[in-house]
Ligand binder design. Structure first.
Ligand code: FE2
Length: 145
């Protein structure tokens, strides 16, 4: 698994999916818990998006095979960020809170599936071994920090 390209990003995806799943199980009265878990989720997602947008998407944006999916991925990150902001400013016991979180989950699952089944395999074929190695190395170093 560790040798698989983008294994670190895929691991992030699992972490994030798991966090959302647990967050969906909280009750409306657990406001403090929701606030804390949402802050963790936001920090995870922000770092993950930043790494993808800095290291992976730029070389993919300029190749025909990956261009459309990459442009779409930027927009999907944007939607996720908007939903996170809205979840933060909404009252944690508002009845719309869980509904909004469910929409975030659905959006993320779509985005993750498109990356893991579409963009990542295409990137593996399109980028040179050297580029892939460089991306993996930078990701691993950024993760350590
Ligand atoms: Fe992503």
């Amino acid at each position: 698994m560790e040798n698989k390209p983008f294994a670190l990003l895929i691991k992030d995806h699992e972490t994030v999916k798991d966090l959302i799943e647990r967050l969906l199980q909280t009750s409306a009265s657990a406001k403090r818990q929701r606030r804390e878990m949402l802050a963790t989720l936001k920090a995870e997602l922000e770092l993950h998006e930043k790494l993808e947008e800095q290291l992976l998407y730029p070389p993919l944006e300029h190749r025909k095979a990956t261009r459309d999916l990459t442009l779409e991925a930027y927009e999907e990150h944007h939607v996720v960020d908007m939903l996170l902001d809205e979840l933060e400013s909404l009252d944690f016991d508002d009845q719309a809170w869980k509904a909004k979180l469910t929409v975030l989950q659905e959006n993320l699952e779509h985005h993750i599936a498109e990356e893991e089944q579409g963009l990542f395999p295409k990137a593996e074929k399109t980028l040179s071994a050297k580029q892939l190695e460089h991306i993996e190395k930078e990701l691993a170093e950024a993760k350590k920090r």
